[in-house]
Ligand binder design. Structure first.
Ligand code: PEP
Ligand code: MG
Length: 593
């Protein structure tokens, strides 16, 4: 959790945070608000005022249509909640105030909705009667709905100046994708962790990021000058000119693993004692594969197809999917491609209706969700088949927990394959892989291994579910321990099961892109690692600089450890003894006590 201290000499405050994408930057804070649809404050000129008002009115109309639809469902109607939401939308006082804000303050509609709602909420929260007081939640819900409706239009308001550092409570992956066009310099958030999809993407984009700044909007205001050090995990708010100068001088500080970004690298990669390690790429944005290939990647180990869902704001059509998968396959040009079927949660599907699951990570998610949306699942499988006419594409089943899910996927796939065959399109059965990321699958890994062609070991979710630690919750980031003895034993079990079944296992969670963990994974027997493109050079340097035998000895020593602290202490001291030239302190597990 972030602590803040004021530097007595310089007067600026230093916030401590958690580094989630290495690098550093200096720039101006742009605060992003909103939960489903994120936005910032934008100044508009006179010519834009009427347009913004029209946008606001259209959003009210859309929000009303949605609410009327929801309110007509018998269960929803009986609660009366949605009628109340409709009343708020009809309230001329509210609408007038928003329009006046747009006109008088010359701001975007999102900002006007936020400021007017904030004032209403504040007022509501001051009411003595508890029952009435709690109605502020409805106000927030309605505002969210309007903001989502405002974001539905073509006009995006997410355009940043070129020295922006994005500050948010939480940043959604879809918002980050939208922001990339503006090239922000860094990200600072309150929530999220090392394995959150937003930060996986940030690392892919080489965007310095820190998370875990509690009370972020109390500590950082729109327009504040910031220095983000995402090596150490600090944010300096309002640095003096002296501090800024010092920062610029120091920013070239790099470790041996970061030095000299590679221009290209051979495909073959071996440890010092000759053990071959295959590098693959986790690719979310198709065009990064060329760079990955230059760096020696041998195919796409994981393509998270749900990123398309973010891009298209819903299930993409068959044609859109065929186009996207063909692009991936042709970028890979003959190298293996593994497309993971949509790993979505129910709340992503119902973002428009506002229905919520209490615990989406354990809810209708990934393969479970797609098997309950068969039409959309069949469309996806058909699209993958059609895209594999020229280049074979492998299919990965996310979050499986029972072999029956693999059986059903195969049946659906075979059905689509036969249907295409009848139309004269003949496609070989793709290889099927299972994501092993639910603890139950570790225990039945050998049984699963007899039903699939390969394993993808998803360490991000495996750690989350083994330890019951939300990977997106900065408040429990200290407990997200990739070096917990149960995690290491699970990895060993899966690798052994894959070897016994004669199928490959690719480690594709974030551990595979992190140098210190890579040394351990190699020692545990991993021979295939899939990671984001920017991690490839550092992972290559790690592999080339270590001996498998030495890594295995360290792994055998930590196998006797019974506590995460012991594992981490042992690793810190052994790595320093043997490999101090590779692992600087910021690459080793931090001491927690
Ligand atoms: C994982 O869980 O490790 C994984 C690779 O998938 P994702 O990060 O997309 O959940
Ligand atoms: Mg996962």
């Amino acid at each position: 959790m972030a602590r803040s201290k004021t530097d007595l000499q310089t007067g600026h405050s230093v916030l401590s945070a958690r580094s989630v994408s290495r690098g550093s930057a200096i720039g101006t804070a742009v605060c992003l608000y909103g939960r489903k649809r994120q936005f910032n404050k934008l100044a508009i000129d006179d010519t834009r005022v009427e347009k913004e008002i029209r946008r606001f009115r259209a959003s009210i109309r859309l929000a009303k249509q949605q609410l009327k639809r929801i309110a007509s469902v018998p269960d929803a109607a009986s609660t009366g909640v949605f009628d109340m939401h409709l009343m708020i939308l009809d309230d001329p006082g509210f609408n007038d105030k928003v329009e006046r804000q747009i006109r008088d303050q010359k701001v975007n509609a999102e900002w006007a909705v936020k400021t007017v709602t904030d004032a209403y909420v504040l007022n509501q929260k001051s009411i003595a009667d508890e029952h009435l007081r709690e109605k502020y939640i409805d106000l927030e819900d309605v505002a969210d709905r309007i903001l989502t409706a405002l974001g539905g239009g073509k006009q995006s308001s997410l355009v940043l100046k070129n020295d922006s550092i994005v500050v948010a409570k939480e940043l959604k992956p879809s918002t980050l994708i939208e922001l990339t066009a503006s090239n922000p310099r860094a990200i600072v958030t309150e929530h999220g962790g090392w394995t959150s999809h937003t930060f996986i993407l940030a690392r892919e984009l080489n965007l310095p990021s820190v998370a875990g700044v509690s009370g972020v909007f109390r500590r950082i205001k729109d327009g504040d000058e910031l220095i983000v050090d995402a090596y150490d995990g600090t944010v300096i708010v309002g640095p003096s000119p002296e501090t800024q100068k010092k920062f610029v001088q120091q920013r070239e500080r790099r470790t041996i693993l970061d030095l000299d970004p590679m221009k290209s690298a051979p495909r073959e990669l071996k440890t010092l004692d000759g053990r071959e390690i295959i590098i693959r790429a986790n690719v979310d944005l198709a065009d990064v594969y060329q760079r990955a290939k230059q760096l020696g990647s041998r195919g796409i180990g994981l393509y998270r197809s749900e990123f398309l869902f973010n891009q298209f704001k819903g299930f993409p059509s068959e044609a859109e999917q065929v186009r996207a998968y063909k692009k991936i396959a042709s970028e890979a040009a003959g190298d293996p491609v593994r497309i993971r079927t949509f790993d979505l949660s129910a709340d992503q599907l119902v973002a428009q209706t506002g229905e919520k699951e209490k615990n989406p990570a354990l809810g209708v998610r990934a393969i479970r969700l797609m098997l309950s949306h068969r039409k959309e699942f069949r469309t996806q499988l058909r699209a993958i088949l059609m895209a594999s006419v020229e280049h074979p594409i492998d299919i990965v089943v996310p979050m499986m927990s029972d072999i029956a899910e693999i059986d059903e996927t195969k049946q659906l796939l075979e059905g689509e394959r036969q249907a295409l065959k009848k139309k004269g399109v003949v496609i070989a059965m793709p290889k099927i892989g299972a994501m092993l990321e639910v603890p139950a699958t570790v225990m039945i890994a050998e049984d699963i291994g007899r039903e699939v062609d390969f394993f993808c070991l998803g360490t991000n979710d495996l750690v989350q579910y083994l330890l019951a630690v939300d990977r997106d919750n900065a408040g429990v980031a200290e407990s997200f321990r990739s070096l917990h003895p149960a995690v290491l034993r699970s990895i060993r079990t899966v690798l052994a099961a894959g070897a016994k079944c004669g199928i490959p296992t690719v480690v594709c969670g974030e551990m595979a892109g992190s140098p210190a963990y890579v040394a351990l994974l190699v020692g545990l027997g991993a021979t295939e690692l899939s990671m984001n493109v920017n991690s490839i050079p550092r992972v290559r340097r790690t592999v080339e600089a270590i001996a498998y035998e030495e890594a295995r000895n360290i792994v055998n020593e930590v196998a006797a450890c019974r506590r995460s602290d012991e594992v981490e202490d042992t690793i810190r001291s052994r790595f320093k003894e043997k490999w101090s030239h590779i692992f600087t302190d910021d690459l080793l597990p931090v001491k927690r006590r």
